[in-house]
Ligand binder design. Structure first.
Ligand code: BV8
Length: 255
């Protein structure tokens, strides 16, 4: 049964808990990038895109039916993300990587902000918006490739280029998924940060960690389907909570 902490209260018991853990796994979702100005996945997209449902656009069928619309949606998102910067939540996670003997970051996000914040151990479950590939042969293609088609065509096989991300209905990269499952199975502490825990199979990592005996901490501005199942649910912005956690851990003990 979760103990819920409202914003600004990192309980002293956390510090004692953090001093004992060896293997930490963090799963992030689009909520951790919200304070960088990037709309979360299920929030109404702004302006031009407000009328589209992301779960409808992020599909192979949408790309087959209207490749230009889907390509333009990703171009719009890529421009928005390129202008954004990692926020204190991303930066705190990058520093937490060095506090624990073993720390694995797993993200559902495609924005690349964890790497820009300095995190090194990152598994991107759903790909990366700054990588593109062709639809027929998965050739890696630079999305800026000079081509007056929209979407551009692959210079090698002429098939349409698409973002190198995992769409709904597409399998996750096998290596990334199995590595994430192994880390979840063997960790002592699992953070679920800024995710509604709806999208599968990413969301199942929490259950795998809990069955493996890990303590589960959720950080979110609102409750989720997980909240009643986790050990601790900290309510608040990850860009505020994570730096607090970092400073209370660094102040409380150093490994
Ligand atoms: C697959 C890339 C099978 C594209 C994304 C059971 C098992 C397996 C599959 C399924 C299943 N049930 C259903 C499925 C199908 C489907 C699925 O999960 N559907 C959902 C809608 C029910 N899953 C799939 O299709 C997956 N593939 O299963 O393939 C297969 C196997 C073999 C052969 C063929 C097929 C693929 C899923 C991946 C989809 N791609 N992204 C793109 O981004 O354009 S998912 C997308 O959702 C993003 O990656 C996003 O990160 C992710 C998860 O969403 P959230 O991050 O949680 O975002 P959301 O807006 O929901 O929530 C934000 C949260 O942040 C909120 O809770 C909010 O309160 C909080 N928040 C906001 N601000 C802050 C904050 N928290 C803290 N601080 C803040 N400041």
């Amino acid at each position: 049964m979760a103990t819920t902490y409202t914003k600004g209260t990192i309980p002293p018991s956390f510090i004692a808990l953090m001093a004992e853990v060896q293997n930490v796994v963090v799963l992030t979702g689009s909520g951790i990038s919200a304070e960088s100005g990037i709309p979360t996945f299920r929030e109404a997209q702004t302006g031009l895109w407000a009328k589209y449902d992301p779960t409808e656009l992020a599909t192979p069928k949408a790309f087959r039916d209207n490749p230009k619309l889907v390509w333009d949606w990703y171009s719009w998102r890529r421009k928005l993300i390129a202008k954004a910067s990692p926020n204190p939540g991303h930066l705190a996670l990058a520093q937490l990587e060095d506090v624990f003997p073993s720390f694995q970051l797993i993200t559902q996000n495609i924005d690349g902000l964890h790497a820009r914040a300095g995190s090194k151990n990152i598994i991107e479950l759903h790909g990366n918006i700054f990588r593109s590939k062709c639809s027929d042969q998965n050739h890696q293609v630079d999305y800026r490739v000079a081509d007056d088609h929209v979407p551009p065509r692959c210079p090698l096989c002429q098939s349409l280029c698409r973002p190198d991300v995992i769409w709904f209905g597409e399998p996750l990269p096998q290596a990334a998924l199995s590595e994430s499952v192994e880390h979840a199975k063997n960790c002592d502490l699992f953070f679920s940060i800024g995710t509604s825990s709806v999208v599968q199979p990413a969301a199942s990592l929490v259950d795998i960690a809990q069955r493996g005996g890990a303590i589960i901490i959720e950080i979110n501005i609102s409750s989720t389907v997980l909240t009643t199942l986790v050990d601790y649910s900290i309510r608040g912005e990850s860009g505020i909570i994570l730096p607090q956690l970092l400073s209370s851990i660094s102040g409380g003990f150093s490994v």
